[in-house]
Design a protein. Structure first.
Length: 246
């Protein structure tokens, strides 16, 4: 049985970075296999091969998967050049693995975000072709019409991008204050997508929270709290991605 895997996949599985970024590292000549520079993306390596990135050998970490309730005012990144709090700051020092967020939630958005060191797993959750539903709750100024909700599903153009959701509905309205609470389901993860879609229709988002990622919910977690995913939950997510892509 062939135990060799593509080089970019091995780099991603190590937790160093995503597979796409690993491909860039290879083509840029920053990766060596057994001390020889490799630039071909089709290269395969086995368990006994030594892989180096920028001269540093890859360390094979055990995969870890964290579900975090991200508060508002926290960056979905492992570091920030402006010194702002990042999601990694909320994780205990007892977890020594290098974690990175699966996708992003913007600075002013709260809710469910996954952290992992498994680049292959991350790619399957964030790529649109795997069609993983993400459910958001938005508090907005104004009360969208039925036509507005249909438009959100059909898609809107904003700053050169086509943005759409797979479902949208009104959960609550306040006629006196002219405000409403909406539920939107997305399978994409474009920058500030929910806010931009609603702004394109003239509705300003006051609060935004991601409540669901595939089958996962926040449960009893409070903002800033986290827990590890169970093996069953990890398998659920991977099975869902594989099912959706067929």
């Amino acid at each position: 049985m062939d135990q060799k895997e593509r080089l970019q996949k091995v780099i991603a599985k190590s937790g160093y970075t995503s597979r796409r970024k690993a491909e860039n590292l290879i083509t840029e000549g920053r990766v060596k296999v057994n001390h020889k520079k490799v630039t071909e993306l089709g290269t395969k390596v086995g368990p006994n091969d030594v892989v180096e990135v920028d001269g540093i050998p890859l360390e094979k970490e055990e995969p870890i998967y964290i579900l975090l309730y991200k508060p508002r005012g926290v960056i979905s990144s492992v570091s920030d050049d402006r010194g702002r709090k990042v999601v990694g700051d909320l994780i205990s020092d007892e977890i020594e693995e290098r974690l990175f967020p699966v996708g992003r939630l913007d600075y002013d958005t709260s809710g469910l975000i996954i952290l992992t060191n498994d680049g292959e797993f991350s790619q399957k959750l964030i790529h649109p072709k795997y069609k993983i539903n993400k459910v958001y709750i938005a508090k907005v100024k104004g009360i969208p019409t039925k036509e507005d909700l249909k438009t959100l599903k059909k898609g809107v153009h904003h700053e050169g991008e086509y943005l759409r959701c797979v479902n949208s509905r009104i959960l609550k309205t306040d006629q006196a204050k002219k405000k409403s609470i909406l539920e939107l389901t997305l399978q994409e993860g474009k920058n500030r997508q929910v806010r931009r879609m609603l702004e394109a229709l003239g509705y300003q988002v006051e609060k935004l929270k991601r409540e669901r990622f595939g089958p996962l919910t926040l449960g009893n977690l409070n903002p800033g709290e986290y827990r590890e995913l169970t093996p069953h939950e990890v398998k659920q997510l991977l099975d869902l991605a594989e099912k959706n892509v067929k």
